[in-house]
Design a protein around this ligand. Sequence first.
Ligand code: NAD
Length: 416
Amino acid sequence: MPPPPHNIDSTNMAKPSINGRHLNSVEEDAHSKLVSEHIADFDLVDIGAKQESTSDDLKDVRNILVTGGAGFIGSFVVRKLVVLYPEYRIYVVDKLDYCGSTRSLKAVSNFPNYEFIKGDITSPDFMAYLLKEKKIDVIFHLAAQTHVDNSFGDSFEFTKNNVMGTHVLLEAAKANGIKRFIHVSTDEVYGEVVSRPDCPEDTILAPSNPYSATKAAAECLVKAYYKSFGLPILITRSNNVFGPYQYPEKICSKFICSLLRDGKCELLMDVPTMTSFVHGSGSNSRKYLYAGDVADALDIIFHQGVIGESYNIGSAFEISNLDLARRLIRLFGLEDKMEHHIEFVQDRAFNDQRYAVDCSKLERLGWRPKTPFDVGLVKSINWYREHADEWWGDISCALVPHPLKAMPTFENSQTL
Ligand SMILES: NC(=O)c1ccc[n+]([C@@H]2O[C@H](COP(=O)([O-])OP(=O)(O)OC[C@H]3O[C@@H](n4cnc5c(N)ncnc54)[C@H](O)[C@@H]3O)[C@@H](O)[C@H]2O)c1
């Protein structure tokens, strides 16, 4: 498990809440005891502080469903909600795709207000049953196919999981009188932002790759259920997210895991896993947010956001892919072998130059990112150093330049 947290003040963590129902003293004591027993399993900076103010209509919320909770960002959200809000029961539904792992939720597995359910959100019968059976009040919807590179290959999977999956959830939510449907989307739905200002939330969506197109399509459905049926939805659109627990296919975690393998792979000339691959010229830049800060934002948006609104979750920190590689190489103390650790490979089919969102609306709710980029990088490096090889099984296939999942073809289907 992650190393013990640095700034622990467990006394403020699991107080009975003014949100939802109050706990009786036995439940309260049991939760506090569990938090103290498992304190070494959490990074309490990431867990953060609970939201003490909440919309009036959320006072009797009891059951929360997190889809994709065994994934990267979802696991940060689940750990936070389980530890900070004993008055909520947190259900996780996840199909445990290649990038998901129940290890990411092990720290909360003994908590009575947590339950994991393996399942697929694209199944209407299953989702309808689950929402009814567990009397779900609130949904944090994070489950998705999330890797742009994969969407250049088997893009049908993206439409199935991201569009159909969202549609299925919306129908189940409509039938079950949900109080909040928090739909987690991405800054990529705006398309690249080169010679125009940072995008406010009412910018017309202009996605440019199959991943972002399916995220934008899912948003259209979410908004349609708000307009047509009054479903109490909120949408979030965040910059790139990084941190521990991220399957190492995305740039930060992939570079870190590649650099961690330096020395072990030197002889494998044709399996260049010791190198940080830079797509194209490396000039494409991204803004980064640490995952704990994104979980904070989702918590605030849930408790205080206005129904029907979208909220950008943005970072002021921007870095080109090439500079990110150089920064990590320096953090590893490998600057004398800088060129050895950088290899330029063919760019993606299409690669947006940059994304930029205006997040002043969320800042007005009191949110600010609290984790500086280098602090988040060091936390991530330490975590991957300890866990990368055990968390998801063999990750070598994720560390190649373009890990494309092939599209099923007519010829393939004939052999089935
Ligand atoms: N990672 C980022 O930089 C980033 C940035 C902005 C927005 N987002 C959005 O945040 C959400 C979470 O992203 P992440 O990086 O944590 O993703 P991830 O790939 O780490 O996790 C996705 C999880 O969803 C699960 N899942 C996928 N399809 C499912 C299905 N049909 N049924 C049940 N479970 C399913 C997977 O098993 C996995 O555990 C996504 O919706 C993504 O679009 C991510």
